[in-house]
Design a protein around this ligand. Structure first.
Ligand code: ADP
Length: 513
């Protein structure tokens, strides 16, 4: 029946191993998912930032074109308009925090939103002179995190000015989105030749983004990255929830499997029980058949004897010989009693229901048997010893039936001792209590159970005795089994020892003590 259960379900170590593996796999899956989420988010946010920075960079071109036009128009006159526009631009676009108009003639006056040191002015002039019309991009000579854009003005070989815009690179790539203020997230902006303007010297290696800005004049390289720690991949709360959910699902699956295995076992059990009851029925029918034929056989003997005696009696009566009639009638009575004994035993054997079992002290049953069979033992010259424990040995059974069992065993033992003369025969009844069972044994020092009958010892009508019915042991077995016990031949030489084991009546035994 246990075979019907899945073998895995019956192995706790394997179940625990599978559980651990599941937890490991789910933690791995969670980490992979978190990694994917993080890299997707970085890519998305980086695209947005890239677009924003590119648009901002494009605005610088427009400002430079406007400022250059104003500078050329103001040439030779006052640069007030230029300064006005420049300071307005700086106010509205805080990242453009410096605008300078540097004449290519080193003696001429520099116009700008702040003072410019001569070295920086020289750099601007140099860049303007070297310009082929394109805007030059350079790191700011004096301010960290800044780059400068230099354009010649007017934008021709007859250029007289170098127009410079100082850009705060940090502000160019700043964004309010909370993603960029997360710990571990970094941004960096470098000039097209790779010179870093703003950002850390080294970027995170796990996941990142790198692309030049979409502005033709400022193809600055925007790089972003995220430092990934164990808590990013396995956030504690999410990890705990995942482990909990996986364990719960695993337990639910296990209990469903167990349920199914139990249901299957129940179906199989029902099938087996049906089969067993069919078998039991068949064997009962079989036993009844055997019983009936055995009984017919057994009854034939006394009935034939009765018939013969009755016919002899009739002859003697017709002869008027009453003295010869008496032994004939005695014989008839004996045979009739034998027939009645056979029927009585058969009735006991086949009785389906018995008295409700009650808790009683088995010692009293054995004492009764001793009292009943004591005189017969004395007559036969057999020594009948009884060893009983001092404390009660309580069993739950029918007291009369148990007495009958002990009676049969002791009587069989005495009969087996028929050949022993002069008080050499000995029958011993012993009783002990091994905690869960009461055990009583009946031993004799006779010849032992003949080998020929041993295989059918407990089968009805199996006997080696001339006057035996062969029902004593089979009836005893039936009564003992009814009480939930067992009867066996434990020792067969010298003599025979029969052992009866009965379950102890625990609660009642305590009550009885
Ligand atoms: P019966 O006593 O009517 O023959 P039982 O069923 O009581 O029927 O016994 C069956 C047979 O078992 C007996 O005929 C006998 O051969 C054998 N037997 C039973 N008890 C003993 C014993 N103590 N010693 C030897 N043989 C025994």
């Amino acid at each position: 029946m246990t075979r019907s259960r899945s073998p895995i379900l019956a192995r706790p170590a394997t179940l625990i191993l599978i559980w651990c593996l599941l937890l490991l796999v789910s933690v791995g899956a969670l980490a992979a998912w978190q990694y994917r989420m993080l890299s997707n988010e970085l890519a998305q946010e980086s695209f947005v930032l890239h677009r924003l920075a590119s648009q901002r960079a494009d605005q610088h071109d427009a400002h430079m074109t406007a400022l250059s036009a104003i500078a050329v128009a103001s040439d030779g006159r006052s640069f007030d308009l230029f300064l006005d526009v420049a300071s307005t631009i700086a106010r509205f676009y805080p990242r453009i925090d410096e605008i300078q108009l540097v004449p290519l003639d080193p003696q001429a006056k520099i116009v700008g939103t702040m003072s410019l040191d001569p070295a920086a002015a020289g750099l601007v002039r140099k860049a303007a002179l070297a310009s082929d019309g394109h805007i030059a991009l350079l790191p700011h000579p004096g301010r960290p995190d800044h780059y400068i854009m230099v354009k010649r003005s007017p934008n021709s070989d007859a250029a007289r000015y170098g127009l410079m815009l100082g850009i705060d690179a940090g502000k160019l790539i700043s964004d309010e989105t909370p993603f960029w203020s997360r710990p571990g997230v970094t941004t960096r902006l470098s000039l097209p030749d790779g010179q870093r303007v703003v950002g850390p010297p080294a970027m995170p290696t796990a996941i990142g983004f790198s692309r030049p800005l979409g502005s033709a004049s400022q193809p600055l390289i925007l790089e972003t990255g995220v430092e990934i720690g164990i808590t990013d991949l396995l956030p504690p709360l999410q990890t705990l929830l995942t482990l909990f959910a996986v364990s719960l699902a695993y337990l639910a699956a296990l209990s469903a499997l167990r349920q199914r295995a139990r249901a299957r076992a129940a179906v199989q059990q029902a099938r087996l029980s049906a089969l067993e009851s069919r078998l039991a029925h068949a064997s009962r029918v079989n036993a009844l058949g055997e019983m009936a034929s055995g009984m017919a056989h057994e009854l034939t003997q006394p009935l034939t004897a009765i018939l013969a005696q009755a016919q002899a009696g009739r002859r003697l009566a017709s002869r008027g010989d009453p003295t010869a009639l008496a032994p004939v009638l005695d014989d008839t009575v004996t045979q009739a009693k034998r027939a009645s004994a056979i029927l009585e035993r058969f009735r006991n054997w086949s009785r389906p229901q018995h008295e409700p079992a009650s808790a009683f002290d088995l010692r009293s049953a054995l004492t009764n048997v001793q009292t009943l069979l004591g005189p017969e033992a004395a007559r036969r010259g057999v020594q009948l010893d009884v060893h009983l424990p001092e404390r009660p040995v309580v069993v739950v059974a029918d007291p009369v039936e148990m007495e009958q069992v002990a009676f049969n065993l002791v009587r069989n033992a005495m009969e087996a001792l028929g050949g022993k003369q002069d008080g050499a025969g000995r029958v011993t009844m012993g009783l002990k209590d091994d905690g869960s069972r009461a055990i009583f044994e009946v031993s004799d020092n006779g010849p032992g159970v003949s080998e020929s009958i041993q295989p059918q010892l407990f089968t009805p009508f199996a006997t080696t005795r001339a006057g035996g019915t062969g029902l004593g042991l089979s009836l005893s077995q039936r009564l003992v089994e009814r009480a939930g016990g067992e009867i066996v031949l434990v020792d067969n030489g010298p003599g025979a020892t029969f052992r009866v084991m009965l379950p102890r009546g625990r609660e009642k035994s305590e009550a009885a003590q």
